[in-house]
Ligand binder design. Sequence first.
Ligand SMILES: [Zn+2]
Ligand SMILES: [Zn+2]
Length: 258
Amino acid sequence: MLVDSHCHLNFPELADNMQAVLQAMQGNGVTHALCVSVTLEKFPEVLAVAEAHDNIYASVGIHPDYEDIPDFTVEELVSLARNPKVIAIGETGLDYFRLSGDLEWQRERFRLHIRAARQSGKPLIIHTRSAAEDTLRVMREEGADQVGGVMHCFTESWEIAEAAMELGFYISFSGIVTFKNAAALKEVAQKVPLERMLVETDSPYLAPVPYRGKTNQPAFVKHVAEEIASLRGISLEEVAEATTRNFFELFKLPQPCS
Ligand SMILES: [Zn+2]
Ligand SMILES: [Zn+2]
């Protein structure tokens, strides 16, 4: 039993093949998935996927790469997060890789998300790229430790992982950990305690080996978990059991019976 803690099932690559995508999940023992919001405009699509399927959950938030979108308020996020299928706030965070210039607006939006998470009591899904120090600083300044969450698609150093875990955050590994050139990340995946770890696909992007370059899908989270198991010299079942338990604990959902 595995959970894909971060995917974009509403994106056309997956949404247009939903039945096949769900069947492939079942075939690989991937029982649940969290469909993550990237703009409020597309949030109704995310919620619709979650409401149509018992085993799919939703988040609400605005990805830091989307600059030209309307302003939003903490109250708006909190109100959308009231739906019981919405289990997290995000994805939010900082991305200094894709965009440059004055990114104060990114940090401001990130702060609004943290405030919304604290108000709604729903954990954060944090995206950070080439911005780790600022991400941690904003998390500390806004009291993100009071609500917790996950550092999604983690690609940073062990020191950053440790700092995030000290703030009560989980570390989620994606297909990047299966890439040959990801030696440093493979080391981090060996060190993060199993009880702080999640796995994800970030599909339709970032397909793991042996599907690298193809369209990714939640079923492929099995290859992420297999890689982590082999790096740590433990069984796939151990990784699956721990990451599944962590998912239900973090997002305050009843643990499913196995
Ligand atoms: Zn992301
Ligand atoms: Zn994502």
